[in-house]
Ligand binder design. Structure first.
Ligand SMILES: [Ca+2]
Ligand SMILES: [Ca+2]
Ligand SMILES: [Ca+2]
Length: 278
């Protein structure tokens, strides 16, 4: 009996009981990446987080010394599911995003998957038959040490389906792209050059924000110009891709964008913030 309690105690220490319940959620997962960010969902997935830190792909664009080798989710009904990548891949990402991209009431898990030979791609996983399975993927950039950074998930063009904004190669060619799932495949429906949402080596990956900046009832994207000195607002008024606004900043934008009520706040390189009311 004593041995039984000791065993239970040890299992609780490691965070698992019967491999099904993770006590306290992702923050208490000993396999989680350092400084784990846990995403919370309201559909079939309660939590999602990155695990298995590895140094096998030494790109480290965010200034850290690891990438994630796997992702773990806790379903709303309690079960834990884990997906581990092989030696040729990492999740070159900060957190696992949740969103129902195909409107079936179940969340997809949206991540940056990087091939050690071919660079990054955007991927969406879903829970099927009790497993995490790859549902859709954009093409790999095609070269090692080439990255993409997601900028926001929203229904930007107002057609009722969530879309994903991302910047391909935010330190090099700097192209903003909009993708959506169509018949189970990622399709790109808008792009524009000379936009960025990350400084190479910076821990701040969210130099972008989603809100309805022009008050037409559809969410828009705030992001920076390629030289980080201008705030650019993009939207799809009447379904047409447009730059809604382009504003000179007093200094380069450097920190994660924040939205408080109806104010967009951008941390600047001079230590001050730029604020835009909308
Ligand atoms: Ca779904
Ligand atoms: Ca859409
Ligand atoms: Ca809008």
């Amino acid at each position: 009996m004593r041995l039984f309690f000791i065993t239970i105690f040890l299992l609780m220490l490691t965070g698992f009981v019967s491999g099904k319940t993770l006590l306290g959620g992702g923050e208490h997962d000993l396999e989680a990446i350092p400084d784990v960010v846990v995403s919370h969902g309201e559909n079939d997935i309660a939590q999602a987080w990155l695990i298995a830190p590895t140094a096998r792909y030494a790109h480290f664009v965010r200034g850290q010394q690891y990438e994630a080798g796997g992702v773990r989710v806790q379903l709303s009904e309690g079960n834990i599911l884990t997906l581990m990548l092989d030696e040729n891949h990492v999740f070159e990402d900060r957190h696992a995003r949740l969103g129902d991209l195909d409107g079936d009431g179940r969340d997809e898990i949206i991540l940056v998957l990087t091939s050690v030979q071919r660079g990054s791609a955007l991927v969406a996983y879903a829970v099927e038959d009790g497993q995490l399975v790859l549902k859709a993927q954009t093409p790999f950039i095609g070269q090692a040490f080439r990255w993409l950074n997601p900028a926001g998930i929203a229904d930007y063009n107002g057609d009722g389906t969530l879309d994903i904004a991302l910047v391909q190669k935010p330190h090099l060619s700097k192209t903003l792209e909009f993708w959506t799932l169509e018949n189970g495949k990622f399709v790109r429906f808008a792009r524009i050059d000379d936009i960025s949402n990350h400084h190479n080596g910076s821990p701040f990956t969210e130099l972008s924000a989603v809100a309805d900046f022009n008050n037409d009832g559809v969410n828009d994207l705030a992001i920076l110009s390629g030289n980080y000195s201008r705030l650019c607002l993009f939207g799809f008024p009447n379904g047409q891709f447009q730059e809604l606004s382009n504003i000179q900043l007093p200094a380069e934008g450097v920190g994660d964008f924040l939205i408080q009520e109806n104010t967009l706040i951008i941390p600047l390189a001079n230590g001050e913030t730029f604020e835009l009311d909308f």
